[in-house]
Design a binder for this molecule. Structure first.
Ligand SMILES: [Zn+2]
Length: 67
């Protein structure tokens, strides 16, 4: 599986490389499905931008953990 080095860093773990997610298509061939897997935390992201872009500050989140 190919690993791509980037100048970006994973927002989750700080890894600087990712892999294409490979899936078997209807004809049985293994092909990238257009998603990306971080080589560090193994999370899967729909886009490269989603991989490196920091999350918004959770200013608007309401906590449901307490109470
Ligand atoms: Zn990661």
């Amino acid at each position: 599986m190919a690993t791509y080095k980037t100048l970006y860093k994973c927002r989750e773990c700080g890894a600087t490389s990712y892999q294409s997610v490979i899936e078997r298509d209807s004809s049985g061939a293994l092909k990238p499905n257009g998603q990306y897997r971080c080589t560090g935390c193994r999370n899967i992201f729909a886009t490269i931008r989603a991989w490196w872009e920091p999350r918004r500050a959770p200013d608007f989140q309401t906590s449901t953990l307490s109470g």
